[in-house]
Design a protein around this ligand. Structure first.
Ligand SMILES: *Cc1c(COP(=O)(O)O)cnc(C)c1O
Length: 355
């Protein structure tokens, strides 16, 4: 085996997807499977598709390009850049939007290719990332969008718990449903999609408080890590270890717990602080900040402590572990969202699929 590697259990991804798709379907909600956290690696996306997602969603058009021939609808999650309009209408069937200028550009691009690009308008319900905040502006944008050639307004959506940490509830998501009904009445149209957020909206489904009318959720982290993201709770009947990072021990020595000499700055310009706890058995693993942040990993062997890291190393205190480690042995880590994101992006980490 060559390390570092991330082992990705496709059966667990498929199982998690099935669990969430079934839960959402019970409440009339379709799942857009979000692939950005794992760079849309095709094997993993495929496991999500087998698990029953209704569409493929990603924030980057480069990731959606892999799925040009896939029959599922592709949704671009990040508001499009005007400079990428041509690629957006080519590789995404649907995009989330909040700017009329961008919608005009998408309309032009779609018209030049003789296609219709679908638009979901984003409404900001208080989290203050993307979305139209002002209600007047919202209706102005709807009105103009309905006149633009090459685009079709198919729904509205929102995103919560990303910038502002705002928790979804019956009131803010209920308001989204009301806005949808107002648009339908005012313009005599029907909107197919009310997209009620990301993995932070799932708990409302679990406790039966998701407002009727919300019919899509865009789920990434909950599928990948079995965790809802409003409160960070584990989701029943899901796995949290579909991704496991393994790295090799390249040095194993007893050393003092305080560096010897005058202390200046570490490799990242911080002045480190140390506590004297005597001589400790320290292992250095061949993986570092270039691949993953030490705050985004946790040890499978609970008796190991992380001492720190640098660009290419993670330093561990293995003194209290009952396991007898040697140079050349491996250490396995679980990953959080940021960990999965960076590990799957790192070209230095081999991806190994099981299941
Ligand atoms: C990333 C993203 C999601 C998915 O978020 P998770 O917390 O991973 O479920 C949904 N919608 C938008 C707009 C996103 O950018």
């Amino acid at each position: 085996m060559a390390y570092p590697l991330v082992q990705i259990n496709l059966k667990k991804i498929k199982h998690n997807t099935k669990t969430l798709v079934a839960l959402c379907h019970e409440h009339g909600i379709k799942v857009a499977g979000v692939t950005k956290v794992f760079c849309a690696i095709p094997e993993i996306t495929h496991a999500m598709i087998e698990g029953g997602i209704s569409s493929i969603a990603d924030s980057r058009i480069e990731n959606l390009m892999h799925y040009k021939d896939n029959p599922l609808p592709k949704i671009l999650l990040r508001l499009p850049m005007i400079c990428e309009s041509q690629a957006v209408v080519e590789y995404a069937d649907i995009s989330l939007n909040s700017e009329i200028e961008t919608i005009r550009a998408l309309g032009k691009a779609a018209t030049s290719k003789g296609i219709i690009h679908k638009i979901i308008l984003m409404v900001d319900l208080g989290d203050l990332r993307e979305g139209i905040w002002d209600e007047e502006e919202l209706y102005d944008v709807v009105e103009e969008t309905l006149t633009i050639e090459g685009v079709k307004l198919i729904g509205i959506g929102t995103n919560l718990t990303c910038y502002g940490g705002v928790i979804p509830n019956e009131y803010n998501l209920g308001k989204l449903v009301l806005i949808k009904e107002t648009i339908e009445d005012k313009y005599n149209i029907s909107l197919d999609i009310v997209s009620g957020g990301n993995s932070s909206s799932l708990f409302l489904v679990e406790i039966g408080l998701m407002p009727t009318g919300i019919n899509q959720l865009r789920l990434g982290e909950s599928i990948v890590l079995g965790r809802e993201t409003a409160f960070g709770n584990r989701i029943k009947n899901t796995y949290d270890d579909a991704f496991l990072l393994t790295s090799e021990i390249i040095e194993l020595k007893d050393k003092p717990s305080i560096p010897v000499g005058e202390i200046g700055m570490d490799a990242f310009g911080n002045t480190p602080k140390f506590e004297d706890i005597g001589i400790r058995k320290r292992a250095i693993c061949a993986i570092g900040k270039q691949d993953v942040d030490i705050h985004d990993v946790s040890l499978v062997d609970k008796d190991i402590k992380i001492m720190g890291g640098s660009s290419d190393h993670i330093i561990l205190d293995i003194t209290d572990s009952p396991n007898d480690y040697h140079v050349g042995d491996t250490i396995t880590f679980k990953l959080n969202y940021g960990g999965v994101l960076r590990i799957t992006t790192s070209p230095y980490v081999k991806k190994v699929f099981i299941g």
